[in-house]
Write a protein of this length. Sequence first.
Length: 167
Amino acid sequence: MSNVTSLNAADAAPAPLMSKLEMTELVMAAKFAKGLSWKEISEAAGMSDVFVVSACLGQNTLPKEAAAKVAAVLGLGNRTKDVEIALQLPPKKGQGAETVSKDPLIYRFFEITYVYGDTIKELIHEEFGDGIMSAIDFDLKVERVANPKGDRVQVTMSGKFLPYNQW
């Protein structure tokens, strides 16, 4: 549980806020129990599936309206308000992440970075100059692309280019 507290209107005593981990566990359990897809949940929120999933996994925050819609569609009973609030709290991004994930799918992204990271960096620098791609002003899309050899996963990342200052 977080040490941050909110005022409970019923008794005006501080109450501990739900942790991001507890929120994620409740969201995942409700998603499974109701047979909902991330697409259905994100459509209810009126936001992209990538961002909504990230918030539900504790890595981003949702605006108040979207958080209320997500909590409502999940049907969390007396925990609805707790999840709604937790979805709005700023996260500690990447805090629970392993240095290198053991999950095969996530590990592949590390592997892609190991193999192609320098290549991507060189191509970005050649096209834009010395700088970085923002992960704040950023979009991500995951799509299925039909292919005769087997469907392919297409991951598209789009981040604002941020040039380094020179002084």
